[in-house]
Design a protein around this ligand. Sequence first.
Ligand code: NAP
Ligand code: 8YV
Length: 329
Amino acid sequence: MSASDSQDSSAPTILIPGQMHPRVVERLGAAFPLIELAEGDPALLTADMKASVRGIASMGRVDAAFIDALPKLEIIANFGVGYDAVDARHAGQRGVMVTNTPDVLTEEVADTAVGLLINTVRELPRAEAWLRGGRWVRDGNYPLTSTLRGRRIGIFGMGRIGQAIARRLEAFGLTIAYHNRRRVEGLAYDYYPTLRDLALAVDTLVSVVPATPQTAKIVNAEIFAALGANGVFVNVGRGATVDEAALVEALSKGTILAAGLDVFADEPNVPQALIDLPNATLLPHVASATILTRQAMADLVADNVFSWFSVDRRALTPVPETVHVKAKV
Ligand code: NAP
Ligand code: 8YV
């Protein structure tokens, strides 16, 4: 536990379970007593610690048992716009606020998605490996690849990031369609009321939906079959939304052409079958991973905690499940 000399003795204690961006630790540590755990396991807390915690700043799992172990808990500030690691529904029922980091990473993640799509279709990482491995000299030119030209793009999850990806790909001269549960007002792209209908209408599916009980393994064999043999699948949302065994089969059998993935069901463990596939382009969950954007995310985590414990007693970016939660004054 660390506390700075300038802290008010009545300042709320903040728990940081496991890994955290250093800027969050630095900013919160300057104002609040901090408890930092090497691993995010509430069993590592003493009874006194459990009784004192009023806020959590987290990058990892905060489940219902964790929330229930902390009787004075008021706010969980999640580092990331996706907050599937936090049981937000349970937090909302217990009157605990949950915040995430929307908007500040949108353009960065959209840039990565477009880069991943181009790398997947044009095989640029493999072409570079060809040069570095001396094959240009030994074997001649890298083989011709498939193209982005003429592709029909389907965005699964036309939210903040989905729209930023669509804006980029529209400028590339590609046609865009999408599926959400609800049509987005004022958006001119074609809307499909089911994911299957979207997959049938396009040849390139870019997925950027959250992991929820409704989206678990929703991108499955049926969706790959609908995309077809020229089909490309890119995922920058969450790995849990994909049936990875079905994806391996679709890539191996040529049901689809190629896939580009930034996220996986059991990170950092990536199925060896995917690693072995030449038509899979794989990134280690780096879509928001720049110095600038991670700093902006860190500031939003800290600012949510500061705002909650200020006279305002208000969260800046509450998640929908806890938007009703009011601070106890
Ligand atoms: P957002 O603005 O909330 O967009 C999410 C979109 O998904 C919404 O348009 C929503 O529309 C749609 N959606 C949600 N559940 C659905 C369902 N069951 N069926 C169909 N559509 C559904 O969120 P965002 O800021 O764009 O972020 C999206 C996700 O990207 C995050 O939750 C996170 O998991 C992921 N992400 C990954 C990285 C990375 O590093 N790879 C970085 C940032 C974010 P409806 O509500 O109308 O269905
Ligand atoms: C981060 C993300 O890599 O914001 C998200 O949902 O997936 C990424 O920006 C992750 O949250 C860091 O923990």
